[in-house]
Design a protein around this ligand. Structure first.
Ligand SMILES: [Zn+2]
Ligand SMILES: [Zn+2]
Length: 335
């Protein structure tokens, strides 16, 4: 049986229909009939080989939702027809110190769904069933799919550093930020949304933000000084990080989930005097993934997503590449 999908054949190229013969189903693997796949900015980086790790042809896609269609002989807890989701991580060794402590996303032998293997912009996907997560009934597939990478990426630092009494700032109200605002609100935090776009204020409030501040307005930034316990920065550009540290209260944490090029210019004094910290975070553990999906279902946290047929993959990728998606793009299988 061959699997049909959409692959890029070179950096920046449009995706074209492409078929491949999948590896035999391993004992722990599940075969998933893909119904939905979100487009994450990392997919654009892979298509363009920005990280130098892409092997062409490459089928991107790591926000996969579908139905279990086949099971290896050792798979437990899943059955044919179950609706499951798969995020960035396709597997890990499951026996190193990180894996046994439930931190599979720190494993040195982890694999990614669409790096060195074919991803979710396709009709099917074979993956280790221990990295396929049941989707709660309360969430539709199109709403669930972007949670599997975008959602877990911001849920993880919020889970680690936010408390119901925390004052949380979310920098950048886009694909990641719109999830961060919803999660922080549902955690019970007081949420400030920061954006360079004044027009985002209405939607930020609709997402649950209590306050909105324009990063480009010096007066508003001055007013925000020493007001927050946690800042989750979702932006991919270099910023004046020292000034963001001034927005934190003592003991405050700046959590970075976006990747920028330049160094972090923060004076040691800034960290020492207010006992402040800068942390980074990527994806999440398997248990956090299950918890996040349950939590999202319970609190009505949804991807604000534009859903298009998978055949329109190139237009959809283009919208993500140009930062025009409001707020995530989801490909839907229409066959
Ligand atoms: Zn992603
Ligand atoms: Zn491991």
């Amino acid at each position: 049986m061959s699997v049909k999908g959409y692959a890029a054949f070179g950096p920046g190229e449009a995706l074209k229909p492409f078929s491949y013969e999948p590896d035999a189903l391993g004992p722990h693997d599940v075969e998933i009939e893909v119904t939905h796949c979100g487009i994450c900015h990392s997919d654009v980086h892979l298509i363009d080989n920005d990280w130098g790790i892409t092997k062409y042809p490459t089928i991107p896609g790591h926000e996969v939702v579908g139905e279990v269609a086949g099971l290896g002989c050792e798979v437990k807890g899943l059955a044919k027809g179950d609706r499951v989701g798969v995020g960035w991580q396709a597997g890990s060794c499951l026996h190193c110190e990180w894996c046994v402590s439930g931190q599979e996303n720190r494993c040195g032998e982890q694999s990614a769904v669409c790096v060195g293997r074919y991803g979710g912009f396709a009709e099917a996907l074979r993956v280790d069933g221990r990295f396929a997560f049941p989707i709660p009934k309360a969430i539709s597939s199109e709403h669930a799919s972007p949670l599997l990478c975008g959602g877990i990426t911001v849920y993880t630092p919020l889970r680690a550093h936010a408390h119901p009494w925390s004052r949380v700032g979310v920098v950048g109200i886009g694909g990641l930020g719109h999830f961060a605002v919803q999660f922080a609100k549902a955690f019970g935090c007081e949420v400030t949304a920061f954006s360079t776009t004044a027009e985002k204020e209405k939607e930020a409030v609709e997402l649950g933000a209590h306050h909105f501040a324009l990063c480009s307005d010096a007066k508003q930034m001055k007013k925000a000084a020493e007001s927050l316990d946690l800042i989750v920065s979702t932006v991919h550009v270099d910023m004046d990080w020292e000034s963001w540290m001034r927005v934190l209260r003592p003991n405050g944490v700046l959590a970075l989930v976006g990747v920028s090029d330049g160094p972090l210019n923060i004076a040691p004094d800034t960290l020492l005097l207010g006992k402040k910290a800068v942390v980074g975070s990527t994806i999440g553990t398997r248990s956090a993934m299950r918890e996040m999906l349950e939590f999202a279902g319970r609190h009505g946290i949804r991807a604000w997503a534009e859903v298009v047929p998978m055949s329109q993959v190139n237009d959809a990728v283009d919208r993500v590449r140009k930062g025009k998606a409001r707020y995530r793009m989801v490909l839907k299988q229409t066959k």
